[in-house]
Design a protein around this ligand. Structure first.
Ligand SMILES: Cc1cc2nc3c(=O)[nH]c(=O)nc-3n(C[C@H](O)[C@H](O)[C@H](O)COP(=O)(O)OP(=O)(O)OC[C@H]3O[C@@H](n4cnc5c(N)ncnc54)[C@H](O)[C@@H]3O)c2cc1C
Length: 572
């Protein structure tokens, strides 16, 4: 084959070269199918990108920053290290939550004993709760993640909240939990389990960071309770050498090495349909190959979120009524972030705080008590801009500490994500984000200066992004929703993106989803993995792939072991 453009047909077409679409593409190509992936932008991986938007040499990780890729079976199955991925972190302390009184709740990244000893200095009762939870949950965490993140959802919202669900299991571990634990919100459950208000606040804030909104019930509520256990086992607070885009690059290299074809600059305009079966794709007239029609012999996987897939690529007029209803009911109203990205002329120093904070990877700030979590719930429910801001989406100061290649010599990078709504009714609508972007950025600066004035004094450049900016950069991140749509409450599990869809399968022949499905599309690569698994099963290529065998957490444990760190699965 001498031409560089797409062939007329492939076994499988993947629409959208985000990290989950690429994960699906890699697995299916490696399983012997011919796969083409069409990406709208000139670079793949819109949600996991690194760009020099400030000045040369300052690598800005615009979206995914807290890389969770070491959890993923894909790390081993797809040999991502061989294709250039090197995971780095800045400290054994992954996360912390500072308070204005110069205390902090810290979260260790791999040593449960150090976590326990640290919490004992804050609250002996809560330290014992952590120990009990860790000893009960750590040995089974790989299996639990396989079930939660790397298998098709089997539970809907009702089962997640039901008395026989995970909450019941927790009552077995923590017998003091109230009988109605399964009915409690995250806030109520954390208050029932832990006694110290700073620990409670830090846990609930980290729940928000993970997408487990503390005002939800069921499994969302439980995630805040078990956050320190997850933090130790998840190897989450990592960057990659060269920036987050290295994850995308490793996937692209893997895909190409196995013969897959990635076409960038190729927005897909619509599906080719025959009745209710998807037969292929038509590229946009602005694509590098304008209006090219490419056929899919066996499957099409959409890595676009719910609305762009069903309303955009299929078209509202072709949707049966129940599907139309489900798609329109789907909400993109969780996980909107406002970013401040800073370049510093000296490394961060947390004067007056424990010294471990100076090199810790990430932190949240601006939430002093559980009341601030309640303020967040009120603000977001009413589309109000939190003032002062609530930085619960994560801040990172560890990029250039872990990987000096991410900033020019003598400079350091840091960022923060404040939780905000997309709609701004009080300001006149979401388009007003352009007018208030810098002033809201100033509010975040002023807030951080209350915790760390020296850090703000060392700022030499700043770059802010609003949810509207994110939406413009990637229409699949509709309204800037970082998790491709809401995931809690009525869109939990099998109900995501709508009840009866069967995601990653859909009501349309040959069409699968690897986005807006359960689990939410993060750098765990879970959504891409689940889509690959179900497509491979349906196409009869899953069996006999000896390389497709890794378990969640395995890679993280192995990478740490090579660095001389052994994760203990129990605290004596
Ligand atoms: C501000 C922000 C912060 C985040 N932080 C984290 C984090 O710390 N950790 C984490 O794990 N995750 C984080 N995420 C989520 C992150 O986006 C995901 O982890 C991941 O990158 C999503 O990958 P994906 O493949 O599922 O979707 P996407 O990256 O959205 O992939 C969809 C792809 O489709 C392309 N596309 C869109 N329309 C078309 C079209 N018509 N035709 C062809 N291609 C099209 C897009 O350009 C994009 O490349 C964050 C997201 C945002 C926005």
């Amino acid at each position: 084959m001498s031409h560089s453009g797409p062939d007329r047909a492939y076994d499988v077409i993947v629409v959208g070269g985000g990290i989950n679409g690429l994960t699906t593409a890699c697995y299916l190509q490696k399983s012997g199918l011919s796969v083409a992936c069409f990406e709208r932008k000139l670079e793949a991986g819109a949600g996991c990108c690194t760009e020099e938007v400030l000045h040369p040499g300052v690598k800005v990780n615009l979206c995914a920053c807290n890389l969770v890729t070491l959890w993923s079976p894909a790390y081993g199955d797809l040999e991502l290290e061989k294709y250039g991925l090197e995971m780095l972190t800045s400290s054994e302390w992954g996360m912390f939550h500072p308070f204005l009184d110069r205390t902090a709740v810290m979260f260790h990244s791999w040593d449960p004993r150090k976590q326990y000893e640290h919490w004992k200095t804050i609250d002996a009762h809560d330290a014992e709760v952590f120990k009990t939870l860790y000893n009960a949950l750590a040995p089974g965490m790989s299996d639990a993640l396989q079930q939660m993140l790397y298998s098709q959802a089997t539970k809907g919202p009702e089962e997640a909240e039901g008395p026989e669900g995970t909450a019941a299991m927790f009552r077995h571990i923590l017998p003091d939990l109230p009988e109605n634990a399964h009915e409690l919100t995250g806030i109520e459950l954390v208050e029932a389990v832990y006694r110290n208000d700073k620990i409670r606040t830090a846990l609930l804030t980290n729940g928000v960071m993970m997408g487990a909104l503390p005002w939800n019930r069921g499994e969302d509520a439980i995630l805040s309770v078990i956050f320190p256990v997850i933090q130790i086992l998840n190897s989450a607070t990592w960057t990659a050498r060269g920036g987050s885009h290295a994850v995308t690059h490793a996937l692209c290299s893997c895909f190409a090495a196995h013969g897959g074809r990635l076409f960038t600059g190729c927005p897909v305009d619509s599906f080719v349909m025959e009745g209710d079966e998807v037969q292929g794709v038509v590229l946009s007239k602005h694509a590098v190959y304008p209006e090219a029609e490419i056929h899919a012999r066996r499957a099409v996987v959409s890595n676009l979120s719910c609305h762009p897939t069903f309303l955009g690529l299929i078209g509202e007029e072709k949707l049966p009524d129940p599907v139309k209803e489900g798609v329109h009911a789907y909400r993109y109203d969780e996980g909107m972030m406002f970013t401040n990205y800073w370049v510093l002329d000296r490394p961060p120093r947390w004067e007056g705080y424990p010294p471990e904070l100076d090199r810790a990877y990430g932190f949240n700030f601006g939430l002093e008590s559980v009341d601030d979590i309640r303020r967040m719930e009120r603000n977001l429910a009413n589309d109000e801009l939190p003032s002062p801001p609530l930085v619960a989406g994560l801040s990172v100061q560890g990029f250039s500490l872990a990987d000096p290649t991410q900033a020019p010599e003598g400079q350091y990078t840091a960022m923060s994500w404040a939780c905000v709504p997309y709609e701004l009714p009080a300001h006149g609508g979401p388009e007003k984000w352009d007018e208030i972007r810098e002033s809201y950025g100033d509010e975040v600066d002023r807030l951080l200066a209350r915790y760390n004035p020296g850090m703000m004094d060392s700022v030499v450049a700043r770059y802010c992004n609003s949810p509207l900016d994110y939406y413009r950069k990637n229409p699949s991140q509709t309204f800037g929703a970082t998790r491709s749509g809401s995931a809690g409450g009525r869109w939990y599990g099998t109900a995501r993106p709508f009840p009866g869809c069967g995601a990653p399968r859909t009501p349309f022949g040959k069409l699968y989803l690897s986005n807006s499905i359960w689990p939410v599309g993060t750098s765990t690569l879970g959504a891409g993995y689940v889509a690959a698994t179900e497509v491979a099963k349906d196409l009869g290529v899953r069996e006999g792939q000896d390389w497709w065998r890794h378990r969640p957490l395995e890679a993280g444990i192995e990478v740490l072991r090579r660095r001389g760190i052994e994760i203990e699965l129990g605290i004596a």
